[in-house]
Design a protein around this ligand. Structure first.
Ligand code: SAH
Length: 213
């Protein structure tokens, strides 16, 4: 299915009905074709509001969850953003239209290479993608205004907290990987960190070290 007018209308309707109200975010979701980030059989289902399998046993997140996480992150046009868990690259592409600069990392080289090709094809020049264990963040590029973790951690990783600017925000799913997790928003203040519990979510786990492929 192409990103035709009717599919797009239904897609945007599904997002609004799940609580995505931010106009700038809805407009980026309309512009970025999710089908470009999915290969093979499941591509036909790109505009359904569900997670779908990608290579390396991973998933492209559900569009409404991508939008709600982006909304929770409160991204602005001057922000330097780190995403941990590139996966298909879809979430990074959405962030790239809202932020100044996006760094994204995945532990699977194969996913990183595929995502880089899509970013090049779509002309998304403000995204840099690395193969790395994202639990350690990117010390050379730190600090960040915003950090989005798209894999579930048992706790917000310490190195990521340390790489957040004062006034910066991190959104991270927290909990056991085989259970429903909680989406947490961490705000760094002058004196420490404030935590807000947002909604239940379900993500693949944040795994230590690099993947085999
Ligand atoms: N944001 C993605 C979906 C992420 S799925 C999208 O828009 O498609 C979670 C991703 O996190 C997977 O690709 C997985 O390989 C990656 N991941 C898990 N643990 C990681 C770690 N320690 N460092 C970097 N990436 C990790």
């Amino acid at each position: 299915m192409s990103f035709d007018a009717e599919a797009k209308m239904q897609f945007l309707f599904a997002l609004r009905s799940k609580g995505v109200t931010d106009k700038a975010i809805l407009s980026t979701m309309e512009k970025i074709d999710r089908g470009a980030f999915i290969q093979g059989y499941f591509r036909d289902r790109a505009y359904e509001d569900m997670p779908l399998p990608i290579a390396c046993g991973q998933t492209i997140s559900q569009p409404s969850v991508v939008a709600l996480m982006t909304q929770a992150l409160r991204v602005g046009p001057r922000d330097k953003v780190l995403e941990v868990g590139t996966g298909s690259g879809y979430q990074a592409a959405i962030l790239s239209l809202l932020a100044r600069r996006v760094y994204t990392v995945d532990r699977h080289r194969r996913l990183v290479i595929a995502a880089r090709e899509v970013f090049d094809r779509l002309g998304l020049a403000n995204i840099t993608v690395f193969t790395a264990d994202g639990s350690f963040g990117l010390p050379d590029q730190a600090p960040f205004d915003r950090i989005l973790v798209t894999a579930a951690a048992e706790d917000p990783p310490g190195p990521l907290l340390a790489q957040l600017k004062i006034g910066g925000i991190m959104v991270v799913p927290v909990g056991q990987s085989d259970a429903v997790q909680r989406l947490i928003r961490v705000t760094r203040t002058e004196s420490g960190f404030e935590y807000d519990e947002l909604r239940p979510v379900r993500f693949v786990p944040l795994v230590e070290g690099l993947g085999k492929d």
